[in-house]
Ligand binder design. Sequence first.
Ligand SMILES: CC(C)(COP(=O)(O)OP(=O)(O)OC[C@H]1O[C@@H](n2cnc3c(N)ncnc32)[C@H](O)[C@@H]1OP(=O)(O)O)[C@@H](O)C(=O)NCCC(=O)NCCS
Length: 171
Amino acid sequence: MKIRTEHPHDHQEVFNLNYKAFGKREDESRLIERIRKSDNFIPGLSLVAELDRKIVGHLLISKATLKDGNEETEVLVLAPIAVNPEMQKSGIGSALIEEGLRRSKELEYGLVFLIGHPSYYPRFGFKPGRDYQFDLKQYNVPNDVFMVKELREGDLLKVSGELLYPESFFK
Ligand SMILES: CC(C)(COP(=O)(O)OP(=O)(O)OC[C@H]1O[C@@H](n2cnc3c(N)ncnc32)[C@H](O)[C@@H]1OP(=O)(O)O)[C@@H](O)C(=O)NCCC(=O)NCCS
């Protein structure tokens, strides 16, 4: 299994994979299409897991804003992630997340946020965002579901504000 950057010729396969992984729902596939077309897209952070020339997993990390009064900080959001249902629980999701976080750090981002299952993401170092100085109002989710991971040492305590997901997430 190989983790690599997504290429334009992968788009249809990535669409199909997300459709299947999210229970025959197009929402996440359409979200990916909107993010790709937006200023928040970072090509090197759209990753695919490839096995026998087939795409078996996909992860997207893109830009968002943290707003604290007049101050705005560019941060990252991880969404969505999908693994072929027939191949889940074999480490593909973990490999995608670890590579995504490694590349995000390399690109010198300080924080990455997500909305996700509290039994999965803490193993990668994600912590409840509201336990620090972060807030999320756009989505009404419980505290343990809104998570943050520090990529640059000190940012968790130094940076604060409300996370604003970009427009692509809502239309
Ligand atoms: C979430 C997902 C990407 C994980 O990928 P994966 O390749 O199965 O993950 P890994 O093999 O690295 O890790 C497996 C672990 O994740 C856990 N896990 C998988 N999906 C989970 C979920 N929705 N909630 C909680 N835990 C989950 C498994 O129970 C397993 O836990 P264990 O190691 O304690 O046994 C995959 O299950 C998936 O595509 N789900 C459908 C789409 C989705 O819900 N995406 C997340 C929201 S954006």
